[in-house]
Design a protein around this ligand. Structure first.
Ligand SMILES: Nc1ncnc2c1ncn2[C@@H]1O[C@H](COP(=O)(O)OP(=O)(O)OP(=O)(O)O)[C@@H](O)[C@H]1O
Ligand SMILES: [Mg+2]
Length: 301
């Protein structure tokens, strides 16, 4: 289990992580989702003691990461798969990690096998690895101490569709056996496929979190009418916070039945009415993070 309480990181006047609180539970894959610059990596670095929080706490298995004896036996960490030493072979990289965890060659062989690197690949210098192979190696390093918690920053980055499917299987299986997985991504669909719980972050703040299925259900209803102006006004008056979709119509925070009833009383012709479902989650992600996306905006408050 990973517990984050009121975690904040400021760099001067700029707040990179702003008072976030959530728990990643055992037996579940928790997706940490947010656009570029949202604060995911900063938050994860604080979880593993690489960045000191301005305030708040992060504990892993009930303790601050830094106070864990032989951390890699408890928590597997992969923060930047491109940071591995290019001159070492994959096997040497893992051997160092194993040694620090007080383990030997069998752990190295097991990790290599677990992530599907071939013996030949493991013998090559990391500098010659593809991004996908680096991710596998990074995951092998995280798994080497057979930890109960995994903290992975953008682990699917650079994996092809088959690689993503493979990783999804591995992480699901790991969680099914009682492990805790926290993984970050800036791609909703990637997280949607792997995670059971979601934490959405934008501009350092949590904008939504909960069980993925509930968030999907809460995605609202899509409705459209040839008389869009009147429909929009009626939805506004009903207090359902309609947001116009680029492809037409509105997403509203209401049941389809309630929306249909509104159409009836307002004598509005409804030409589209359905649950927003997964698309709703995407709309929500885009809406919630649109104003929060920092790319191109700089650090202006
Ligand atoms: N050491 C630092 N000094 C100043 N600002 C920093 C520092 N580290 C991170 N930031 C800023 O904090 C914000 C959050 O960065 P972070 O790397 O946590 O985002 P992210 O969600 O991981 O983004 P990405 O999806 O691009 O990896 C960014 O605006 C970044 O520039
Ligand atoms: Mg990042």
């Amino acid at each position: 289990m990973i517990q984050i309480e009121n975690l904040t990181k400021r760099y001067g006047a700029f707040t990179a992580v702003d008072d976030i609180t959530f728990t990643a539970r055992a037996g579940r894959v928790t997706g940490f989702l947010g656009p570029n610059g949202a604060g995911k990596s900063t938050a994860m670095r604080m979880m593993v003691g690489l960045t000191t929080p301005t305030s708040g706490t992060a504990t892993v298995l009930g303790r601050p990461y830094r106070s864990l004896p032989t951390p890699s036996r408890h928590v597997g960490v992969m923060l930047d798969a491109t940071a591995q030493h290019p001159g070492r072979t994959g096997r040497e990289t893992l051997f160092l990690a194993a040694t620090m965890a007080g383990l030997g060659r069998p752990a190295v062989d097991a990790a290599i096998e677990r992530v599907g690197l071939t013996t030949k690949e493991a013998g090559r210098r990391v500098g010659n690895y593809s991004l996908g192979m680096r991710q596998r190696l990074g995951l092998a390093g995280a798994l080497i101490g057979d930890p109960r918690v995994l903290i992975l920053d953008e682990p699917a980055n650079g994996l092809d569709p088959a690689g993503i499917r493979w990783m999804r299987g591995l992480l699901r299986e790991y969680a099914a056996q009682g492990g805790t997985v926290l993984l970050s991504s800036h791609l909703l669909h990637e997280v949607e496929q792997i995670a059971q719980d979601l934490v959405m972050i934008g501009r350092g703040r949590i904008v939504a979190h909960g069980a993925k299925d509930e968030l999907l259900r809460a995605g609202g209803t899509i409705v459209d009418s040839p008389d869009r102006a009147r429909l929009g006004a009626a939805l506004e008056v009903a207090g359902w916070g309609p947001s116009a979709r680029p492809e037409g119509g509105f997403v509203v925070a209401a049941d389809a039945q309630d929306v249909a009833r509104l159409g009836l009383t307002e004598q509005l012709l409804i030409t589209e009415l359905r649950s927003a479902g997964g698309g709703g989650l995407e709309d929500m992600f885009l809406q919630l993070t649109a104003d929060d996306a920092r790319e191109g905006v700089g650090n202006a408050a």
